[in-house]
Write a protein that binds this ligand. Sequence first.
Ligand code: FAQ
Length: 329
Amino acid sequence: MTSAVEPGTVPGGEPGAAPAELEAHFEATLAHKDRVEPRDWMPERYRRTLVRQIAQHAHSEIIGMQPEGNWISRAPSLRRKAILLAKVQDEAGHGLYLYSATETLGVTRTELTERLVSGAQKYSSIFNYPTLSYADVGTIGWLVDGAAICNQVPLCRTSFGPYGRAMIRICKEESFHQRQGYELLMTMMRGTDEQRAMVQESVDRFWWPSLMMFGPPDDASPNTAQSMAWGIKTHTNDELRQRFVDMTVPQAEALGVTLPDPELAWNEERAAHDFGEIDWDEFWRVVGGDGPCNAQRVAHRKKAWDDGAWVREAATAFARKQEQQQEAA
Ligand code: FAQ
């Protein structure tokens, strides 16, 4: 979509102040499946929904560094340590692309981080579970990155340009992460009985929380209908969860692990897998702050943010000084 507003107009404009022409232009952009760009007029609710979703996504990438980061100093070999370091660093990069996308909507990374550490904004429930063994590094790659890919590949075609473009690169890296997790688990499954047991125990703990990553069921998802009408989401939570289950079952068979759900079975009629009921009470408890690691994750992030204050101050002072020198020259 080309710019429909005067340069300098605040993105999103005032709620209810949009002339019908601008609104029609916005609707036409969505109807043609074109991208909405930051300088285009957009309804305030569309802008706010994007800030909420992209910020939650960015926070997830950053908080998501903690569970795996826990194992960097205890990786079983130099090769595994190098792989894990690179993966965790990639997640930091994803967070930064996403914070940059929200900045085009008029919110700074500082504001968003403050909302995260104060508990005003969410991050993915999955990162509130602990990593208890090195197999968890493989399981997170396989299941958590696997679920992330299922959810995020459709977001490459989301209606807001900067978000969709960030997702293209993120998805390429997440695919690589998923394969490294699978490769790690496959190596362990070819190892000793103890290693195989470690993988199975890890999969038992992460399977259900991975299914929860897709969000509440469609009939309990307050945002899906509007987000789909705006082209922010292109599939519902349940559709993507089903896609993930169908994709993962054959991979589990190839690995030789059992997914901890006695109701998991192929349904010929639906041409999809049936699976058991997710514990939604647990999901809402974890989202509400009462998961096994919520307090620890946020406290760690807050400490890192506070400890980094002097770096941000120094960088800002340096930039200001350079500007002054350029002006003087
Ligand atoms: N955890 O109406 P809906 C990754 C909230 S990145 C916590 O269905 P929506 C990479 C939701 O915000 C993983 N909260 O909401 C990695 C809403 O709350 P609000 C993150 C959740 O937005 C891998 C309320 O429940 N990915 O893994 C969750 O339409 C390995 C009602 O829900 C993204 O963020 C949850 N699981 O759909 C990093 C992808 N689910 O604000 C390190 C982008 C829902 O209204 C290692 N986001 N909620 O009070 C999305 O696709 C969507 O935002 C959904 C939720 C599908 C997550």
